[in-house]
Design a protein around this ligand. Structure first.
Ligand SMILES: [Zn+2]
Length: 107
C-alpha cells in the first residue's frame, strides 16, 4: 500500500494528475513546488526524476559547456577567438587566435 495517492494529492492542489502537477511546477525550486503541492521536497525530486525532469535531464550550464571544451584538446573550436573570449580557454592556439583577432580589429 502506498503511503499516499499521488493523483489525490495533485487534485487537492488543483491539478488533473500528479504528472501534470509535476510538469506545471517543474520550473520552481523543489521546496516551493513541494509547498504548493503539499508534499516534501525529496518527494518532488523523486517525482521529477520519474518524469525525466530531474537534474540529470537539465541542460548543462554555460560554465559546464566551457569547462568541457577546455578539457578536450581535440575540440575544433580551439584556435578561435570564441574559444578564448567566450569559452575562456588560454591554450596556445586560442591565445594566438585572440591576439590575431584583436590585431585585425584595430586595423
Ligand atoms: Zn584552446
Amino acid at each position: 500500500m502506498p503511503r499516499y495517492d499521488r493523483d489525490e494529492i495533485a487534485r487537492r492542489a488543483g491539478h488533473a494528475s500528479w504528472r501534470e502537477a509535476v510538469q506545471a511546477t517543474a520550473d520552481l525550486p523543489q521546496q516551493e513546488a513541494g509547498r504548493l503541492l503539499g508534499v516534501s521536497h525529496p518527494t518532488i525530486r523523486v517525482w521529477r526524476a520519474e518524469l525525466g525532469l530531474g537534474p540529470a535531464a537539465a541542460r548543462p550550464s554555460a560554465a559546464d559547456t566551457a569547462a568541457a571544451f577546455r578539457a578536450d584538446p581535440d575540440d575544433p573550436r580551439h584556435g578561435s577567438a570564441n574559444g578564448y573570449r567566450n569559452l575562456r580557454c588560454r591554450c596556445e592556439a586560442c591565445t594566438a587566435a585572440w591576439t590575431a583577432y584583436q590585431r585585425d580589429r584595430r586595423g
